[in-house]
Design a protein around this ligand. Structure first.
Ligand SMILES: [Zn+2]
Length: 660
């Protein structure tokens, strides 16, 4: 009996191995067999050529009238480009100059940066004093501890640049309408990880007061009132700080990230409802906007949300599981009924591997076409969805279906993948089978390579959504630079994701959105026109669909809803809008230039400006100027007007009323 058992066991083992091989072989055959509609297809045949790195000259931002904020650039190698993009994002009209006399013709001047020893000489300090006495506002970024004259001017004693502060705390947050604790405080470092502390300079107060302080009590942002004007010193390089966020390299400052690090694995349940609101960059932008509006009598800003709605909501779905195709139409039909447009990011998975089946097949194509026919957007979610996409090589730009075969060996390793292959072929296949132009991209696992901006640019994409808001420290879109560097801008915009219901480490816990937490975030975003960008994997209907319905019902009266393609197009058009003001015969003439048509652009005007109804042009382009009704919408007390669709040069005439 013993002998028989001994004989049977090896036989059984051999049999099971053979069976396992047979099962695997069958699966691989299914995977290798391309769905019939993909048969005989090859492409794309046109080679992708990467753009050359061409530094953006600061002179591109030199034009404009005196109403604009002026950046006096003292060091063209500083992070001025990210700073400029940030001002565009928050909607402050600005121009850049290296000439102090030109800068001082404006009412608000930012000197950037001040850390160069002789960035401002004694003669220029005299000019700045005179300018301030007459009512001008000077903001000095980064301070300078070697320039005694500058310290005197700003009424401070600059302390050396150090890497020890982790946060900036606003002393009078109401002034900037900061209500949330993450607005009253800005994160600039993580004590747990020494390398992750951003360099900052403290100030001792002499003839100034502190707008904000570091945790050790040193002043971080100071203000000196002088004559009719004032001087504000900021103790860190805002351009560099913004650059860290915009290039996706600031995760370490992110408070949600730190809190996650702090919680032991065993207590995962405790932080499932984590607040993912991380507006550190947005706070700086709101601060700058406030300073501009206080200091410039003709301050006109562009709101961040179409049609003066309180916030923007983008709903998106990632089609990166075979099960997503079982429920996607339930979501799509609801969205169509609700009258909103959303984005479906499609993974064109035609290879069976560790991650999933080759689910981009005939059935999937049918469903995608139904989604498209409902008027919803199809974007790309790559071919392989490889975890290590951020480490992929760029590729040749000649990758073609079906020869391109990125293969996920396991959850971390993908072989034969390239950045251009992922972008080119997914776009090609979706466009081929749905006759839909693909302009939006989201990386699998949000694993985004530094070279993604130029790769997107070369392959015909316009909008990216591959970062989480809490990693980029902002809930507003921004323009990307070549190689995520600081010198060359590209015509690609990033739209950070507010929340992802399956983000690790939650997925295995079946985390779902927490509705009340999300509404709290949306309330915060309403204060400044942020974007609530949600990612819902349609791997089930039930609970997830109910959540989406509840969200749409709750926010439809306050939010502007749109797909990434819709909002992206609006954002890119807004990015090119120029606003200039001149005063003629006591009237304020506003010159607008929109190279690309834009609908629902909203101007925030000084409080006492009213449209001059006698101007015909006004009636053609203004939808409404709604004093007293704005509270319900954009929640700010300025005087907003919404513009109808227009493009090219337009002129609006305003009369100033007595301030009330
Ligand atoms: Zn995915």
């Amino acid at each position: 009996m013993k002998k028989l058992t001994e004989n049977i066991i090896p036989i059984l083992i051999i049999l099971s191995v053979l069976m396992a091989i047979a099962v695997v072989a069958t699966q691989y055959n299914e995977g290798d067999k391309k769905p019939s509609k993909l048969d005989n297809l090859s492409g794309p045949s046109v080679e992708t050529i990467l753009p050359k790195l061409k530094p953006t000259p600061w002179q591109n931002f030199h034009e404009g009238n005196k109403n604009r904020l002026s950046i006096l650039l003292t060091d063209p190698s500083a992070y001025w480009l990210d700073f400029a993009h940030a001002l565009k994002t928050i909607g402050i009209p600005f121009s850049i100059t290296t000439d102090i006399n030109e800068a001082l013709q404006h009412q608000v001047v930012i000197i950037y940066p001040l850390n160069v020893r002789d960035s401002v000489n004694s003669y220029e300090i005299e000019l700045l004093t005179h300018f301030t006495l007459g009512g001008g506002t000077v903001v000095g970024i980064h301070g300078a501890d070697k320039n005694v004259g500058l310290d005197q001017l700003f009424g401070v004693k600059s302390l050396p640049l150090q890497m020890k502060h982790t946060k900036i705390v606003f002393q009078n947050p109401e002034r900037f309408n900061f209500t949330n604790v993450r607005e009253r405080e800005i994160s600039i470092g993580n004590k747990g990880m020494k390398n992750y502390i951003f360099p900052s300079r403290g100030f001792n107060l002499l003839e100034s007061t502190a707008i904000a302080v570091y945790e050790d009590g040193d002043a971080a942002i100071t203000e000196r009132r002088l004559g009719k004007g004032r001087l504000i010193a900021v103790g860190l390089d805002l351009g560099q700080y913004i650059h860290k966020g915009y290039s996706g390299r600031s995760r370490e400052f992110s408070r949600p990230f730190m809190e996650r690090q702090d919680v032991a694995e065993t207590k995962l349940e405790d932080y499932i409802d984590l607040n993912v609101y991380e507006p550190s960059i947005d706070n700086f932008l709101r601060f700058m906007k406030h300073i501009y509006q206080e200091g410039e009598s003709d301050a006109i800003c562009l709101r961040t949300v179409p049609f003066d709605r309180a916030l923007t909501v983008i709903l998106s779905h990632d089609m990166c599981f075979s099960s997503a195709y079982d429920f996607a139409l339930d979501f799509a039909k609801f969205e169509k009924e609700a009258g909103i447009t959303t984005t479906y990011f499609v993974q064109t998975k035609y290879i069976l591997d560790y991650l999933d089946y080759a689910f981009f097949n005939e059935q999937a194509i049918k469903i995608l076409n139904q989604i498209k026919d409902l008027g919803l957007e199809l974007g790309s979610h790559s071919v392989s969805h490889g975890q290590e996409f951020k480490g992929f090589r760029m590729g040749t730009g000649k990758e073609e279906f079906p020869e391109y075969n990125p293969y996920n060996v396991d959850k971390n390793i993908t072989i034969d993948g390239s950045i251009l292959g992922e972008l080119r072929i997914s776009k090609f296949l979706i466009e081929k089978f749905t006759k839909n132009t693909v302009v939006s991209f989201r990386a699998g696992f949000l694993s985004d390579p530094l070279q993604l901006p130029e790769a997107l640019n070369a392959t015909g994409y316009l909008y990216d959504s591959s970062v989480l808001a809490y990693s980029s420290l902002t809930h507003l879109p921004f323009q990307l630079n070549y190689n995520n560097g600081a010198t060359a801008e590209l015509n690609i915009f990033e739209f950070p994701i507010t929340d992802d219901e399956e983000e690790r480490p939650y997925q295995h816990l079946g985390r779902r959105f927490n509705f009340s937490k999300l509404l709290n975030i949306s309330k915060n975003l309403e204060n400044y026109g942020g974007v609530l960008f949600l990612l819902i994997h349609p791997t089930m209907a039930g609970e997830k669909l109910e959540f989406e319905k509840e969200l749409v019902t709750t926010l439809k009266d306050t939010a502007w809803f749109g797909s990434l393609k819709m909002f992206g197009a609006w954002w890119a058009a807004r990015n090119q809008v120029e606003v200039d003001v001149v005063t003629e015969n006591g009237k304020k003439i506003v010159y607008l230039n929109a190279p690309v048509p834009i609908s629902g652009l909203t101007l925030q005007l000084p409080n006492h400006w009213m449209l001059d109804k006698d101007s015909n042009e006004v009636n053609n382009i203004v939808m409404k100027q709604e004093k007293n009704q704005i509270q319900n919408l954009s929640k700010n007390n300025l005087n907003n007007i919404i513009l109808n669709t227009f493009s090219g040069h337009r002129k609006l005439i305003f009369i100033e009323q007595e301030p009330f």
